[in-house]
Design a protein around this ligand. Sequence first.
Ligand code: UT7
Length: 341
Amino acid sequence: MSIRILGTGSYLPPKVVTNDDVGRRLDTTDEWIYSHTGIHSRHVAGENESTSTMAAEAGRAAMAAAGVSPEEIGLIVLATSTPDYNPFPSTACVVQGMLGCTNAGAFDLQAACAGFVYALEQARGFVNFYPDKKALVIGAETLTRVLDWNDRSSCILFGDGAGAVVLGCDDPAGQASAKTTAHTILGADGKGSHFISRSGGCREPLKFDPETGIPLPNDNPEPPMMTLMGHDVFAFAVRTLSKVARDLCEKLGTSPEELDRVFAHQANGRIIEAVARRMKLPIEKFWLNLETTANTSAASIPISLDQAVKAGELKDGMKIVMVGFGAGLTYAGTYCTWPEL
Ligand code: UT7
């Protein structure tokens, strides 16, 4: 039996904000942003959109591509750092309701921009255990709602969107033992947890009424806002992405030159170029879409996969690596022979 990606889908909101648009409010230019990041524009969620609505669109498209009905889905894993609610109910549950996946368990997974690969691995374990069930794995983000739009060094980097895949097994009766061409690395470095963070959590202590000893109402909730140590993140990303991709190849007794495509998290074009140089691979092997999507965090890899499938550039039998990094710090990579996991 083998576990496969049966279908892909993605959604990008119609509203587009260009660098020139940002330059009309902040002291920045398209020339600076493009030369430092490879980004020209980003999609921004509109009035009636949120992480759940975009995730549902991507999930619906992935189920249609897979030829799988909502009732066949046994699990929804939704990777996001920008849930509709913070943190409950999970956005995965909201999406489960929207899609009518009445037989599915559902949970959110938070591993920032490495979240999709983490989620894929959880779903792979689920399908391996329950070969008659399908899993829907989604990466979806509305990062533009947690940015400091006065900070020109961070607000220019991110965009909104969602991508999804459906996982299933080619031997639902589970007669044969699982065979896999895939290998996955999941990792973290918590010492860098301050490199990228978002305010608004439960770490601040309560104030207590001295008379009664009971908590006073919390009248100062922090607005959700991202802070980013760009240089440190850049160095970590280049070092980690190339190491994970190389380690995956080594584990499987192959070399990076054998790879047909690399789907790296779309954080910054200069990061991807540096990774390509370190891996001694031509940049053409790396899927690049951040010129028009910017960094969509957990959605970036599944959006890339869907675009590559639709463009006919991701074909059965291709050897690929998906590799991401993000806040936490987290990192994760999967080597597989598409569409087997
Ligand atoms: O998913 C993970 C998310 N995070 C990332 O991927 C971030 C990774 N890091 C990066 O992409 C880069 O570090 C940035 C794009 C954020 C910054 O690029 P940089 O080449 O490292 O620029 P810098 O921070 O060294 O800034 C150089 C100068 C500064 O001016 P001064 O102090 O030298 O006068 C900045 O104020 O560029 C200035 N600057 C800008 N100027 C025009 C920073 N942002 C802008 C801007 N427009 N948007």
